[in-house]
Design a protein around this ligand. Structure first.
Ligand SMILES: [Zn+2]
Length: 104
């Protein structure tokens, strides 16, 4: 039986690369079909998530000690297009204002 992860839990995993349960460190495990198994190093919960889009994931449940050997490096999800921060956005509008004023 598997348990679908909520949007909030997925956000925690993909945005912060942290365990949605305890905010622990995630380790990368076996992957296939665009999905990757991830293990929390701290509470040993295992999850299976869609690594390409970060839209779907479910909980595999507690990971046995034997199975934990299949997980290795610390997992950090990267975001090719990070959201523009409010400060950067203000910068763009500020620049736009200057250009318009200069044209008058
Ligand atoms: Zn955890």
């Amino acid at each position: 039986m598997s348990d679908s992860l909520s949007d909030e839990q997925l956000k925690c995993i993909f945005d912060t690369s942290r365990c949605p349960d305890c905010k622990g460190t995630l380790l990368a495990g076996p992957e296939g079909g665009g999905m990757i198994n991830i293990l929390c190093r701290d509470c040993h919960q295992e999850f299976n998530v869609d690594r390409g889009f970060g839209l779907y994931g479910h909980r595999n449940g507690p990971c046995s000690e034997d199975r934990r050997r299949m997980f290795g490096s610390v997992l950090v999800f990267t975001h090719p297009e990070p959201p523009v921060s409010p400060v950067a956005r203000r910068g763009v509008f500020g620049l736009l204002n200057c250009v318009l004023r200069g044209g008058l």
